[in-house]
Design a protein around this ligand. Structure first.
Ligand SMILES: *Cc1c(COP(=O)(O)O)cnc(C)c1O
Length: 418
């Protein structure tokens, strides 16, 4: 018996294409089973050490300390850098909120720096201008004239898989004697002038959250060449235990450890990192060429000095040329079964961080209005990618509006017949 038209439409409704799913294509089962079989499931175990050592060796950094998540990694890295109560830390305004929250956990305040318009990363020139014009030296401390607070560190965030321009960043760090902590949570595997991110500043933080390049379910890591920093980070992440027999503590620490179970998954995922990076780069290339013919869609760029891992493939939607705003496109794609997402509210606009100082952040605001991230899971198929592109094209041509127009006309006609 033929299906009724209503059911047929429902059946034809497209499957949702998610924004970014984990890809578990390696030896995860084997290593996790090994933990279960051996009983080593908790916060110490061979996989934790192995995970730390393998990541450190690959990045080329001396020490790595695994943590419960990337936010915790940032918190203890900031403390290792000497950030204290009422200090200030320069951080990108256009980023996921975690680094700004971590600054506040350390008792300090963010100073929000705008994004540059080309690669959307922290605008290093604006950071330099802030330090030159808005700060003064007082008794050996660099003071923000507007707040009276001491500027203590730089926290560039390599967003969306692409590195910040680190050479000028390190120059200002040297000039003002400020440690640099890289937030590399979105950019594991990316390169800056042939060097891997995670080894460009004084410390770096990684995340293994479910949507990152590799995942442990949840997890993070602090990387550093400084053995003293690594020792302190390890100390704080393990409840600042001074005596492992008598359980004596001089300081208030944290329980920020990664479990062996999670690390087992991490080791398996890390074996697949190059494959994940290849997939992300292939997806980015395919989108960029397929979207080139659509007016008003501006794909994310890769700097000549960078190798991006295109963690989250993102485009700018120019409303006049494309025919609708990024948010209208988001809704049209959602109706067509394609999950997309804008970039984060710039943090200088966030009520959570009211009271923090910010430089002029006009570029981040424009990027926030225009940006849309497209489905880019490591496992995204060619068919799904083609479907996303086709649905963006349909939105541009107004197929969707026409359909809704027809639907409205039909609904009106049905109503008038009642
Ligand atoms: C994911 C992320 C983090 C850390 O996140 P966790 O979920 O705590 O691991 C930190 N900074 C940025 C920019 C991120 O995207």
């Amino acid at each position: 018996m033929p299906a009724t038209p209503a059911i047929a439409t429902e059946r034809a409704a497209p499957r949702m294409i998610p924004l970014c799913e984990p890809h578990l294509g390696g030896r995860e089962w084997e290593y996790v089973k090994d933990c279960l079989d051996s009983g080593w499931v908790s916060s110490v175990g061979a996989y934790v050490t192995r995970f730390e050592q393998e990541v450190a060796a690959w990045i080329g950094v001396r020490a790595a300390v695994a943590t419960v998540n990337g936010t915790a990694a940032l918190h203890v890295a900031l403390r290792a850098a000497g950030v204290e109560r009422d200090d200030e830390v320069l951080v990108s305004t256009l980023t996921f909120i975690a680094p700004a929250n971590a600054i506040r956990y350390a008792g300090a305040w963010p100073v929000f720096i705008d994004a540059e318009p080309h690669f959307w990363q922290m605008d290093v020139q604006k950071a330099a201008d802030f330090l030159a014009r808005d700060c003064r030296w007082t008794r050996g401390a660099l003071i923000n004239r507007h707040t009276g607070r001491r500027v203590r560190a730089l926290l560039p965030v390599h967003i969306l898989g692409h590195p910040v321009d680190m050479h000028p960043m390190l120059q200002i760090a040297a000039r003002y004697e400020l440690p640099v902590i890289e937030d590399a949570t979105e950019s594991l595997g990316a390169e800056y002038r042939g060097r891997r991110v995670g080894h460009l500043g004084h410390a770096a933080c990684l995340s293994f959250n479910g949507n990152k390049l590799i995942t442990t379910g949840g997890g993070g890591m602090v990387l550093t060449d400084d053995d003293a920093w690594a020792t302190r980070v390890k100390y704080w992440t393990t409840q600042a235990k001074d005596d492992g027999v008598e359980y004596e503590h001089r300081e208030v620490g944290y329980n920020y450890r990664l479990t062996n179970l999670q690390a087992a998954m991490g080791v398996a995922q890390f074996e697949r990192l190059p494959a994940h990076v290849d997939a992300k780069r292939r997806i980015a290339k395919a989108y960029t060429s397929a979207l080139a013919s659509l007016p008003g869609i501006e794909p994310m760029q890769e700097a000549p000095w960078a190798r991006s891992v295109f963690w989250m493939y993102t485009v700018l939607v120019h409303p006049r040329a494309f025919g609708m705003s990024s948010r209208t496109l988001l809704q049209a794609l959602a109706r067509a079964g394609v999950q997309t997402r804008p970039l984060w509210q710039p943090l200088h606009r966030s009520a959570a961080h009211a009271g923090a100082y910010a430089v002029d952040c006009g570029t981040a605001e424009r990027l926030h209005r225009q940006a849309l991230s497209l489905p880019c899971s490591v496992g995204l198929t060619d068919e799904d990618l083609a479907a996303v592109v086709a649905r963006i094209g349909a939105a541009h041509r107004g197929d969707d509006n026409r359909r809704r127009g027809l639907f409205r006309a039909h609904a009106a006609a049905t109503q008038s017949c009642r």
